[in-house]
Design a protein around this ligand. Structure first.
Ligand SMILES: *Cc1c(COP(=O)(O)O)cnc(C)c1O
Length: 224
């Protein structure tokens, strides 16, 4: 179990300041999560609401939980009271729903807009055309119980580093152009969540501010 602490230290030791590590704890036991917690890790990412709810109450209350996977609209209500950030907002409908659930529990919920940058068919997110054709000033004026803090994306699972570099680079430049167009005076629009176990170094080189790492911390996931 000492490995978990060592893995976290070796990653955080190589992160430039201003880049945070989300420990992706999906499929991991509460003991494994506690192990990471005890060496100072506070940001954790989960992709399934049911799994998160069942583990959360067994763990320290100061853990900041990020939702990183596709979120069904009927699950938002369950996480609205406590979630720290929803990184996987992939439609306006979902954003509006998070806003209304935030309103009900009197919270302003931090979110990222997930953008589809990979070549695989299976990844969720706004496509670049869609996200650039929305007037985000209108949205931010209207929705007072969400804060759009930036973008999230996943690169293709590929050994082609040039491809991965270019996908991350395009996400970063999309972030910059949206910021300049719609979020110029909004200081919390500042995050680009990109990079996982296999590609976080590339993501950091391309300007990531948040990496989401699971297996490089906890070992290979075993799916049942
Ligand atoms: C599982 C997952 C990760 C972490 O994956 P690893 O390869 O284990 O680091 C990161 N982001 C998302 C959206 C995920 O679903």
């Amino acid at each position: 179990m000492k490995e978990i602490a060592g893995n976290i230290k070796s990653i955080t030791g190589r992160l430039p300041s201003g880049v945070s590590l989300i420990a992706v704890s999906k499929t991991r036991s509460t003991d494994e999560i506690l192990e990471a917690y005890q060496c100072g890790q506070r940001l954790f990412g989960e992709n399934r609401v049911q799994e998160l709810i069942s583990k959360k109450d067994l763990l320290p209350g100061d853990i900041q939980w990020h939702i990183i996977g596709h979120l069904q609209t009927n699950k938002v209500k369950q996480i609205a009271p406590f979630v720290s950030m929803i990184e996987s907002v992939d439609s306006l409908k979902l954003l509006e729903l998070i806003n209304s659930e935030g309103q009900k529990v009197n919270r302003v919920i931090d979110v990222l807009l997930q953008v589809y940058i990979a070549t695989e068919e299976t990844k969720f997110g706004f496509d670049v055309f869609e996200i650039t054709s929305i007037d985000w000033s209108v949205i931010t004026d209207k929705l007072h119980n969400v804060r759009i803090c930036g973008l999230m994306g996943m690169a293709s699972f590929s050994d082609d580093e040039t491809l991965v570099h270019s996908q991350f680079r395009s996400l970063k430049s999309l972030f910059v152009s949206l910021r300049d167009r719609y979020f110029g005076n909004i200081d919390y629009f500042s995050q680009v969540s990109m990079g996982m176990s296999g590609d976080w170094q590339i993501a950091v080189e391309e300007g990531s501010t948040m990496i989401r790492v699971g297996s490089a911390i906890f070992g290979q996931r075993k799916y049942l």
